[in-house]
Design a protein around this ligand. Structure first.
Ligand SMILES: O=P(O)(O)O[C@H]1[C@@H](OP(=O)(O)O)[C@H](OP(=O)(O)O)[C@@H](OP(=O)(O)OP(=O)(O)O)[C@H](OP(=O)(O)O)[C@H]1OP(=O)(O)O
Ligand SMILES: Nc1ncnc2c1ncn2[C@@H]1O[C@H](COP(=O)(O)OP(=O)(O)OP(=O)(O)O)[C@@H](O)[C@H]1O
Length: 336
């Protein structure tokens, strides 16, 4: 019998090239009925009218109605590749870092400061202090909400002071890549709660983007940090991505992140410093490889998702068989 797999995401994501590649791989690996929920249906129709499925590939972006989708999952008992109940954790950089610390994944040292709380805040040229805790420049200022990408770096006196604003994608750069803008301003923002974290001087000015699928597979690419143009000659600038091998420790981090955040498809970012230490600085939840440099990821992703569907959807059926009293919603749609 065919397993019904549904994609529930905003149109930009469900119609994206990476998603099409995954769906193609899935069809190669198993006999599925794949349903892609339309954005209009997701936004406008009540969940009771949505098609039923056995497994769901769903994730947040933009106007995605999170609560509605959580209710759909609860109502239909379908198996979701990523646990949507963890999305609230992923929205909060503080929760992400505190969970990472608990599981022994290295993050930059950081302070959380409500910068409106002026009585507790001391601001000096080379450091800030809050409730008797001090952090020295250079440091990175990040809004507590992970959906807010307005990230600023504050430079130390030795570096010439001032700050650098990071831009995620910028029309100011010809190829729309990430970029940055330096300014003389050295005053932190006083309008909310921010994380202030130690600046990790990245080896060769590269970020590492990791794409984990399941507990045992992670693919990674490196790309120039958004503030690289400050350090590089325009002609040597190359933000294009390259495949990178992860260390054993980084693979262990990937496994722990997938387990702890209950995200079987999970992107996260690593910075490696000059001493070869790796820091996890961001967890994105569902994220597919966006570059076209490797088919390896998509092949593996298709295989692993196939295994996960079989494993988890049959589990659901077995559980249902055991608990005779339990009312099985949409029983007719549970296949092995
Ligand atoms: O996390 P993900 O996979 O959902 O994607 C993120 C982001 O990944 P990140 O968070 O790991 O940096 C992507 O950046 P990349 O690192 O892939 O380049 C970005 O793509 P982008 O720069 O526009 O590149 P192209 O799409 O033009 O190729 C994408 O923007 P959109 O798809 O345009 O909305 C973002 O989505 P969201 O968070 O919804 O804005
Ligand atoms: N502690 C740090 N030290 C040095 N650079 C940092 C640090 N934290 C972040 N950065 C730089 O800032 C960039 C953006 O940071 P981060 O990934 O936390 O932000 P984001 O807005 O969540 O980005 P994304 O687009 O991945 O969702 C990183 O890719 C990295 O180059």
């Amino acid at each position: 019998m065919k397993l019904i797999v549904a994609v529930c995401a905003m149109a930009k994501k469900s119609k994206s090239k990476p998603m099409q590649k995954i769906l193609k791989q899935l069809k190669k690996n198993g006999d599925y009925e794949i349903i892609v929920f339309s954005e209009e249906m997701i936004l406008k129709k009540p969940i009771e009218e949505w098609p039923k499925c056995d497994a769901l590939m769903t994730f947040f972006s933009g106007d995605f109605p999170l609560e509605k989708v959580q209710q759909y999952i609860q109502l239909t008992s379908c198996w979701s590749v990523n646990d949507m109940n963890f999305q609230n954790v992923l929205f909060d950089r503080m929760s992400i870092y505190s969970r990472l610390t608990k599981i022994g994944v290295k993050t930059p040292k950081y302070l959380v400061i409500n910068t409106k709380d002026s009585k507790e805040l001391i601001e000096k040229e080379n450091y800030i202090e809050y409730k008797d805790k001090r952090i020295y420049k250079p440091f990175v200022e990040k809004p507590v909400s992970s959906e807010d990408h307005n990230i600023w770096i504050y430079h130390s006196k030795e570096q010439g002071g001032g700050s650098t604003k990071l831009f995620r994608k910028s029309e100011r750069s010809a190829n729309c890549e990430r970029s940055s803008e330096r300014s003389k301003n050295s005053q932190i923002r006083k309008n909310g709660t921010y994380l202030y974290e130690e600046f990790i001087n990245p080896e060769n000015l590269f970020d590492i983007k990791v794409y984990a699928v399941g507990e045992n597979y992670a693919y990674a690419e490196k790309r120039r940090v958004p503030f690289a143009q400050e350090f590089l000659d325009v002609n040597t600038k190359n933000q294009h991505r390259q495949k990178v091998e992860l260390t054993d420790l980084e693979r262990e981090y990937a496994r722990k992140i997938v387990q702890t955040f209950h995200q079987n498809v999970c992107g996260f970012d690593i910075l490696r410093d000059h001493k070869g230490r790796s820091y996890v600085i961001d967890i994105n939840g569902w994220s597919l490889v966006n570059s076209s440099i490797s088919d390896e990821y998509f092949q593996k992703c298709g295989q692993i998702l196939n295994d996960l569907f079989i494993q988890n959807c049959s589990k659901i059926e077995n559980q249902n068989k055991k608990s005779k009293k339990r009312k099985i919603p949409f029983e007719q749609n549970i296949y092995v």
